[in-house]
Ligand binder design. Structure first.
Ligand SMILES: Cc1cc2nc3c(=O)[nH]c(=O)nc-3n(C[C@H](O)[C@H](O)[C@H](O)COP(=O)(O)OP(=O)(O)OC[C@H]3O[C@@H](n4cnc5c(N)ncnc54)[C@H](O)[C@@H]3O)c2cc1C
Ligand code: SF4
Ligand code: SF4
Length: 567
C-alpha cells in the first residue's frame, strides 16, 4: 500500500484535495495540463456569492503547495496511462517541452525584452494582451518561463533574426534555455488517484448565432473575467479592442441547467457597476435555477442596484455602428457597446481521452458524472480512483471544494496504513531573531489594490505621512501586496524587524500575509495590517462618493499611527 496520491487537475478542487492530503501525512503529485495551476479560479475576478477576490483567495493555497516538500507539481503535462489497483497504481505522465529548464529558471525575466518576436496574443487571456515568444503563461505558479515553439524563429528556422546564438540564450545567466528539450515520460507509483479535471465554457456553433466570432466586442463570460481582473491585460479596466471603455454592456445567459451561469452574469455585472457606477447594464436570461439561499441573497443585492434583469427566451443580435452590438428582444431593443455571452458548461476538452485511458464511462454530457461513479458522489467504478469538483458536473467553487475534501478523506481512509510513510520533514525556517529590546525597524508596504485603494485615496499623501511615523525605516508602494513579491524581497534584506501593511481585510488576507512574511524571514506575528480597503475606501466610496479623498485622511492616518506606535 503506497502512502501517496496522484491528483489530475490543479483547479480549486485538485488544489484543495492536495492540501488536505498533505496535512494528513500523504505525499501528493498534482498533474496539470496547463503550464500554471489554479484552473478557472485563477482566471476569474471576484467570486459569487461572497464578492471576494478570487486571486487573493487562491494565492495562499498556491504558495502553500509550491513550498511544501511533500508536494510535486507536474505542470504542462498529460496522463499517458494508469495501471494497477487500489493501493498500488502506476501512472505514466508525459511532460511537454517548455524549452526552458524549470529547475534552472529563476524567473528573472531578462530574456523577455531581448526576444525580437513579440505581439503574441496571450492564451491565458483568450488572445487579449501580448507577450514575447518567451514568456510566463500566467501570473501564477509555477513561475517559470516557456518558449512558444509555434512562433520562436530559432525553433522554426534555426536562426533568431540574423543571430546564430539567440538573444534569449545570451541573456539567460543561469543557462536555463534548452532548445533540444523533448517530451519526457515520468512514472509515479501511488496508492490512489483523484480526478479533478473541471469544466470549460461550451463554445459551440450556437454562440455564432449571437454574433460570437463574427462581430467584434462580443465575448464570453470567462473572457470578460480577464478584463475585470487587476492582473488581466487591461489592469482591471473594461476596454474594448479599440480601447473604448464601453458604457452600455449586456449579458445574455444562454439556457443553462446550472445556476452558476446566471450567477456569473450577476457577479460580472456587479463588478462592472463597481468600476463604473454610471454604466448602463442589462442582464438577459432564459432561466434562473437559483437553488441556494446565498445565491438568492446575492441576486437580491444586485437587483437593488441599477442593473436591469430581463427574462427573455431569446434575443437576436446584429452588428451596430462603430463596433456596437444591437440587441432585440420581445418587441424592444438595446444598443450595447459590448455583449457578454454566458454559455452552458462542458467538461474540459481532454476529459474524453483521459476517460478512455483509464477505462471509465462518461455521462451523456461528457462529465465523470453519476454513471462513472455508480451513483456515488465521489467513487468511480474503479476502486481507488475518486472524482471531485466540476469534473463531475458544473458546480460553484465552494461545492467543488467540499467535494475535494471528501475525495481526499476517502483516499486517506484507503491508504490509512501507509500514512506518513513517504513524507519528509519540512526544512528548518530561516527566521530573523528579534529580541524585545531591539529598536523597531518598520517596513511599511502600501498596496494600491488596483483601483480599490489607489483609485480612492491620495497615495502620495499617505506615503509621506507614513514616512513621518516613528520607527518607519522604509515605505514601499506596490500594485498588489497579495502577490507577496515586495514583502518577501524587502524582508529578505534583514533590514527590518517589523512589517506594517496598508492593504485589505485581515479576515480574508491575514493567512496570505502571514505566509509572505514568514517566507521573507520574519516572525509573522510581527506583522500588522491596516485595513485600508474594507474599513476606509470601500466604506467611504459608498457613503461619500468616489471623489472625496481628502476627507478620509484622518482615518487612515489614525490607523497607521496606531500600528506603528504599537511597538
Ligand atoms: C466565467 C466563470 C465564472 C465563474 N465564477 C464563479 C464564482 O464567482 N463563484 C463560484 O463559486 N464559481 C464560479 N465559477 C465556477 C468555478 O469556476 C468552478 O466551480 C470551479 O472552477 C471548479 O473547480 P474545479 O477544480 O473542479 O475545476 P477547474 O477550475 O475547471 O480546474 C480544473 C483543472 O484541471 C485541469 N485539467 C483538465 N483536464 C486535465 C487533464 N486531462 N489532465 C491534467 N489537467 C487537466 C484544467 O486545466 C484545470 O486547471 C465560474 C465559472 C466560470 C466559467
Ligand atoms: S532569463 Fe533564463 S532564468 Fe531568467 S526568466 Fe528567462 S529563462 Fe528564466
Ligand atoms: S530564440 Fe529568439 S525568438 Fe526564440 S525565444 Fe529566444 S529570443 Fe525569442
Amino acid at each position: 500500500m503506497k502512502g501517496s496520491v496522484l491528483i489530475i487537475g490543479a483547479g480549486p478542487a485538485g488544489m484543495r484535495a492536495s492540501t488536505e492530503l498533505l496535512n494528513q501525512g500523504f505525499k501528493v503529485i498534482l498533474v496539470e495540463e496547463k503550464p500554471t495551476i489554479g484552473g478557472k479560479m485563477a482566471q476569474i475576478d471576484k467570486m459569487f456569492p461572497t464578492n471576494e477576490c478570487s486571486t487573493c483567495t487562491i494565492l495562499p493555497r498556491m504558495l502553500e503547495l509550491t513550498n511544501n516538500p511533500n508536494m510535486t507539481i507536474v505542470a504542462f503535462a498529460e496522463i499517458e496511462s494508469i495501471e494497477g489497483k487500489a493501493g498500488d497504481f502506476k501512472v505514466k505522465v508525459i511532460k511537454k517541452p517548455r524549452y526552458v529548464d524549470p529547475m534552472k529558471c529563476t524567473a528573472c525575466t531578462d530574456c523577455f525584452p531581448v526576444c525580437p518576436v513579440g505581439d503574441i496574443p496571450m492564451e491565458f487571456n483568450f488572445g487579449r494582451g501580448v507577450s514575447k515568444a518567451i514568456s510566463f503563461y500566467s501570473p501564477f505558479p509555477p513561475r517559470k518561463a516557456l518558449i512558444n515553439p509555434e512562433v520562436c524563429t530559432y525553433i522554426l528556422e534555426g536562426k533568431c533574426g540574423d543571430k546564430e546564438i539567440p538573444p534569449c540564450v545570451e541573456a539567460c545567466e543561469p543557462e536555463a534555455i534548452v532548445f533540444d528539450q523533448k517530451p519526457v515520460e515520468a512514472e509515479f507509483n501511488v496508492g490512489a488517484v483523484i480526478l479533478a479535471t473541471g469544466l470549460d465554457e461550451m463554445k459551440t456553433e450556437a454562440l455564432e448565432e449571437y454574433g460570437y466570432g463574427k462581430f467584434s466586442n462580443i465575448l464570453t463570460a470567462l473572457e470578460y473575467e480577464r478584463l475585470l481582473s487587476g492582473l488581466g491585460p487591461t489592469g482591471g479596466i473594461i476596454k474594448r479592442g479599440d480601447k473604448k471603455e464601453p458604457q452600455a454592456i449586456a449579458w445574455y445567459v444562454l439556457n443553462n441547467p446550472s445556476a452558476i451561469g446566471f450567477m456569473t452574469a450577476v457577479a460580472e455585472a456587479m463588478g462592472t457597476i463597481e468600476r463604473n457606477p454610471d454604466a448602463s447594464i442589462s442582464v438577459f436570461y432564459e432561466n434562473l435555477n437559483l437553488n441556494r439561499e446565498d445565491y438568492n441573497d446575492f441576486y437580491s443585492k444586485a437587483k437593488e442596484s441599477k442593473i436591469k434583469f430581463i427574462k427573455a427566451d431569446c434575443i437576436s443580435v446584429a452588428e451596430g455602428k462603430d463596433g456596437n452590438v444591437d440587441i432585440s428582444y420581445d418587441k424592444e431593443s438595446f444598443k450595447a457597446e459590448m455583449l457578454v455571452l454566458v454559455p452552458p458548461y462542458a467538461p474540459n476538452k481532454s476529459t474524453l481521452k483521459l476517460a478512455e485511458k483509464i477505462g471509465l464511462e462518461l455521462d451523456q454530457w461528457g462529465f465523470f458524472g453519476k454513471k462513472t461513479a455508480g451513483f456515488h458522489p465521489i467513487h468511480t467504478s474503479k476502486e481507488g480512483i475518486f472524482v471531485c469538483g466540476s469534473a463531475q458536473e458544473p458546480r460553484g467553487i465552494d461545492d467543488a471544494i467540499i467535494q475535494a475534501c471528501s475525495a481526499a478523506s476517502y483516499a486517506a481512509a484507503l491508504l490509512g496504513s501507509s500514512r506518513g510513510k513517504e513524507i519528509v520533514a519540512p526544512p528548518k525556517k530561516d527566521i530573523l531573531p528579534v529580541n524585545p529590546e531591539d529598536e523597531p525597524a518598520i517596513l511599511a508596504i502600501i498596496c494600491r489594490c488596483g483601483i480599490n485603494i489607489a483609485g480612492l485615496l491620495d497615495m502620495d499623501e499617505l506615503i509621506e505621512y507614513t514616512k513621518s511615523l516613528p520607527h518607519v525605516k522604509h515605505v514601499e508602494l506596490t500594485p498588489f501586496g497579495c502577490d507577496g513579491v515586495k514583502i518577501r524581497e524587502l524582508l529578505k534584506t534583514k533590514d527590518f524587524n517589523r512589517l506594517v501593511l496598508g492593504a485589505c481585510s485581515p479576515k480574508t488576507h491575514e493567512d496570505l500575509f502571514f505566509l509572505h512574511t514568514e517566507m521573507g524571514g520574519l516572525n509573522p506575528y510581527l506583522m500588522e495590517i491596516v485595513n485600508l480597503r474594507n474599513h476606509c475606501t470601500w466604506v467611504h466610496s459608498k457613503f461619500q462618493g468616489r471623489n472625496s479623498k481628502a476627507k478620509w485622511k484622518g482615518e487612515y492616518r489614525y490607523w497607521f499611527y496606531c500600528c506603528c506606535n504599537r511597538y
